[in-house]
Ligand binder design. Structure first.
Ligand code: 5GP
Ligand code: ZN
Length: 114
C-alpha cells in the first residue's frame, strides 16, 4: 500500500531499527517504546488488520508467532516472560493500518490488559 508507513519501512523508504527479516516477515524496534523491549513484528505483505486475514495467511501467521518466540529468546526476555499485543480497529486502538504484533518485555507488566 502506497501511503502505509509500515509498507514504506518494508521497502526501506523509511528507516527502522531491524531485529529480524526474512522473505515474509520484518521485525523492528518501536519508535516510541513503552517497555524496555518493544518490538513490532509485521508481515511484509500489506494486511490491514486481524479482520483482514484470510485462510491463505494461515502459514504466515504461524510463522509470525514462531518468529516472535525466537525474537523473545534473542532479546533475553523469553524466560522471564513478555506480552504480545495486537490492536485491531478503532476500539482496539489500532493506529497503523498494517497488521502488527507488539512484543512487550524487559519489565514486569501489570496484570490488567485494559
Ligand atoms: P498501534 O497503536 O497501531 O497498535 O501501534 C503502532 C505502533 O507503531 C506504535 O507503537 C508506534 O510507536 C509505532 N510506530 C509508528 N510509526 C512508526 C515508525 O515510523 N517507525 C517505528 N519503528 N515505529 C512506528
Ligand atoms: Zn502496509
Amino acid at each position: 500500500m502506497e501511503d502505509c508507513i509500515f509498507c514504506k519501512i518494508v521497502k526501506g523508504e523509511i528507516p527502522s531499527s531491524k531485529v529480524y527479516e526474512d522473505e515474509d516477515i520484518l521485525a523492528f524496534k518501536d519508535i516510541n517504546p513503552i517497555t524496555p523491549v518493544h518490538i513490532l513484528v509485521i508481515p511484509k505483505k500489506h494486511i490491514e488488520s486481524l479482520n483482514n486475514i484470510e485462510p491463505e495467511d494461515e502459514k504466515l501467521l504461524g510463522k509470525i508467532f514462531l518468529t516472535i518466540k525466537q525474537i523473545a529468546k534473542e532479546q533475553g526476555i523469553a524466560e522471564k516472560g513478555y506480552r504480545v499485543v495486537n490492536n485491531c480497529g478503532e476500539d482496539g486502538g489500532q493506529e497503523v493500518k498494517h497488521l502488527h504484533f507488539h512484543i512487550l518485555g524487559g519489565k514486569k507488566l501489570g496484570t490488567k490488559i485494559v
